[in-house]
Design a protein around this ligand. Structure first.
Ligand SMILES: [Mn+2]
Length: 380
């Protein structure tokens, strides 16, 4: 067969909401624009590398928030990619439901949307490829449709695509299109393009040679989606399928952990943050700083003031203060004071506890000692 290049992406989540994520609304706007730019960049790359196919494995947008502007944006991007066949397998956030733009809008001729909760195939004889997929009709799909994936004809290259949850993966049980690799093996599939999980990952498939991939999210949306994010470019020929990841994300979600044990001034905290290798500070830097360790009582850790000093260095700064004052509780326990008696009692309780209870008791001991020492009780 003639080599065919394809692009696999998913979980773009256009028009995503950042409310409740602790991110200021102005930043939410910028993030939404960055997500659009990432998607646009992916389609530009598809044109540049002369891809024959673009596979979008669900959650392209968020149905309950998608705007007319975004629908127009998508149509224009797809029209620009007129020579490329675009396949969409709707997921739980963009199901092919009543009122969805997938149903209501007229999409360019090169776009195919899977509109049934059963596997259907589209033949592309000019490419020697068959694309088989299904789409969500609601915001959940509990049936294990992959069990009904038929054995496909082995007359060319078979690509299967869907928004689906790998039951053998780290997330375990899910009500969103559950499957295991064993459901796909033995069905003449060369490549399976999946969406739903936001990490780029190849699903282990001991059953046969089918490559099963999650493309991951093209632009991270929170601290739990840190690091470079991207999409996959694949090439199919008689020798099989080769896949490589490419980066599309612009914003990095940096988390720093700074040990404060040796500091006695705010400057030292600032220096540790700004001189930390691994973070390049610019107008798009998102930063979360977790402060840990024993804090010198002389150090006034005013996060407000520290934030002011870093305001021009980055776009977003969040503090997570997990320090504890440098107090020798054993020494305090030896005091013949109310404070000493309090610490002795707390030490006993802490010694016979574990897990969350232990953490709570340790905080209570700290607050108690602060209060009994006449210091400000700073909640952590
Ligand atoms: Mn999803």
């Amino acid at each position: 067969m003639r080599p065919v290049r394809f692009i696999h992406t998913s979980d773009i989540h256009l028009d995503t909401s950042f409310s409740g994520s602790g991110i200021p609304s102005r930043l939410g706007d910028r993030k939404r624009e960055a997500i659009r730019a990432a998607f646009r960049g992916i389609l530009e790359d598809a044109r540049r590398c002369e891809a024959g196919l673009v596979l979008i494995a669900g959650d392209l947008f968020e149905s309950d928030r998608v705007t007319p502007d975004t629908c127009e944006f998508l149509k224009q991007q797809f029209e620009k990619a007129a020579g490329i066949r675009i396949f969409i397998a709707p997921g739980n956030h963009d199901p092919f439901a009543k009122g969805s733009p997938y149903r209501e809008e007229a999409w360019p001729d090169n776009v195919h949307i899977f509109d049934a909760e059963e596997f259907r195939s589209v033949e592309l004889p000019e490419l020697g490829v068959r694309v088989t997929g299904f789409g969500f009709l609601h915001n959940f799909l509990e049936e294990r449709l992959f069990l009904k994936l038929p054995v496909l004809p082995d007359d060319g290259c078979n690509i299967v695509m869907a928004h689906a949850s790998d039951l053998g993966g780290p997330m375990g049980k899910s009500k969103h299109g559950p499957f295991t690799a064993a459901d796909i093996a033995g069905k003449n599939v060369q490549y399976c393009a999946l969406g739903h999980y936001h990490e780029q990952r190849r699903v282990e498939n001991p059953g046969d040679g089918a490559q099963i991939w999650y493309s991951g999210i093209p632009e991270g949306r929170g601290w739990d989606e840190a690091g470079p994010r991207g999409y996959l470019v694949g090439e199919i020929d008689d020798g099989g399928v080769r896949v490589e990841g490419r980066v599309s994300s612009r914003f990095d979600w940096n988390t720093l952990e700074i040990a404060c044990d040796d500091f006695s001034t705010r400057e030292q905290v600032l220096d540790a943050v700004t001189q930390h290798r691994g973070v390049e500070y610019d107008a798009e830097t998102l930063l979360r700083v977790r402060l840990v360790g024993a804090l010198d009582p002389k150090l006034d850790l005013s996060l407000q003031e520290l934030g002011e000093r870093l305001a021009d260095e980055c776009l977003l700064l969040q503090w997570d203060d997990a320090t504890h004052p440098a107090i020798d509780f054993d020494e305090v326990a030896g005091e013949k004071t109310l404070r000493g008696r309090f610490v002795r009692l707390m030490n006993e309780r802490i010694a016979s506890s574990d897990g969350r209870e232990r953490e709570t008791l340790e905080r209570a001991r700290l607050y108690g000692v602060d209060a009994l020492s006449g210091r400000e009780v700073r909640l952590r």
